[in-house]
Design a protein around this ligand. Structure first.
Ligand SMILES: NC(=O)C1=CN([C@@H]2O[C@H](COP(=O)(O)OP(=O)(O)OC[C@H]3O[C@@H](n4cnc5c(N)ncnc54)[C@H](OP(=O)(O)O)[C@@H]3O)[C@@H](O)[C@H]2O)C=CC1
Ligand SMILES: CC(=O)N[C@@H](CCC(=O)OP(=O)(O)O)C(=O)O
Length: 312
């Protein structure tokens, strides 16, 4: 039987990409509100409570309002915002990052879609901390660049009009980015990581890097041990690839990259074994948002988890 889906925020960057991934799928029927009604409270309330699945692609406050408006106990919700990512009543929608998470998502009514940067960070770090190969009490650093679609319609507009000369934009300079609690909580870290994000002149894509001075970290495994552990953790995953070849000479993010729902992980050790660079590459609108939402929807609906995803 087909399931009905209401994307609240369907006209936004994440919402449009979700609709794109659902197009042509017989398993789902979209409930759509026309432009004049998409922010109309009564129309939204009806759609939210009629749908089998709601996907919220809204700013945090609007997402909280939509959740409060959804009184039907049979409507299941996936929220793409930051509002519920560390709320214990919500299943964290990152199926691969720890054992049992896919099953939690499958049976949950409420699923929070991870942030794009935390997907890269947790994809690299969480399995290694859980395996005891790197310490939970190390003060980690995360250096990351994102395509400008990561900031939604407002940042796209800025990069494509008034800010058309911006090549690189460092931000989060107050060291209080909203993704830090999510990274700390789901990796089980003692200290908040230092997070240094930036935006570059590419529409989509991101590189999230965690440099580790292995020789200074008591009890840390070697680069090979870290890579092997990630390789074993993600074995058989159609979405996450741990690259095991020798260090590439460069990793490129293209200005006009095609959409992708993959997560690619690299463990690059120094010749003397004292240092390692853990690097995640993903599409902020793919595994970082819309691809992850569709993957979660598939899991919740009991379907092939990769249906509609772009994995080539
Ligand atoms: N872009 C990305 O890479 C990622 C985004 N996210 C998160 O996903 C959510 C959506 O982000 P994104 O798509 O980028 O943002 P956009 O700004 O591109 O889109 C948000 C959409 O929500 C609409 N909207 C705002 N308030 C309401 C409301 N009360 N009722 C109905 N619609 C409303 C906006 O309307 P209008 O068009 O009129 O402004 C807009 O179309 C955010 O929480 C974001 O943080 C998460 C991971 C990655
Ligand atoms: C480039 C850019 O601005 N990126 C966004 C994060 C995008 C994302 O992951 O969305 P959430 O806000 O839902 O976590 C930011 O740093 O706020």
């Amino acid at each position: 039987m087909t399931k009905s889906i209401f994307i609240d925020g369907a006209a936004g960057t994440t919402g449009l990409e979700i609709a794109d991934r659902l197009a042509g799928r017989d398993a789902f029927t979209l409930i759509a509100l026309d432009d004049a009604k998409r922010k109309d409270v009564a129309a939204k309330r009806e759609a939210l409570n009629d749908a089998d699945f709601v996907i919220l692609c809204l700013p945090d406050d609007a997402a909280k309002e939509a959740v409060a408006m959804t009184t039907s106990a049979t409507t299941r919700i996936i929220d793409a915002s930051t509002a519920y990512r560390i709320d214990p009543d919500w299943a964290y929608g990152f199926a691969e990052f720890r054992k049992g998470q896919r099953e939690r998502i499958a049976s949950a009514r409420l699923v929070s879609n991870p942030g794009c940067y935390p997907t890269g960070f947790l994809g690299l770090i969480a399995p290694l901390v859980a395996a005891g190969l790197i310490p939970a009490d190390w003060p980690y650093t995360v250096n990351a660049v994102s395509g400008y679609s990561g900031g939604g319609k407002a940042l796209i507009q800025r990069f494509e009009s008034d800010g058309a000369d911006i090549g690189y934009r460092s931000y989060g300079l107050d060291l209080a980015h909203k993704h830090v609690p999510e990274m700390q909580t789901h990796a089980g870290l003692t200290h908040a990581p230092i997070f240094a994000p930036a935006v570059v002149r590419a529409f989509r894509g991101m590189v999230v890097e965690v440099p580790l001075p292995l020789s200074a970290m008591t009890g840390a495994g070697s680069a090979d041990a870290l890579r092997n552990a990630l390789y074993a953790h993600y074995a058989g995953s159609p979405v996450v690839t741990v690259h095991s070849e020798a260090a590439p000479s460069e990793l490129l993010m293209h200005a006009d990259q095609a959409p992708s729902d993959r997560l690619d992980l690299y463990v690059l050790g120094s010749p003397d074994g004292s240092q390692v660079r853990l690097i995640a590459m993903l599409d902020n609108l793919g595994k970082g948002a819309s691809g992850a939402a569709v993957q979660n929807l598939n899991i919740m609906a009991g379907l092939d988890e990769t249906a509609g995803l772009r994995l080539s």
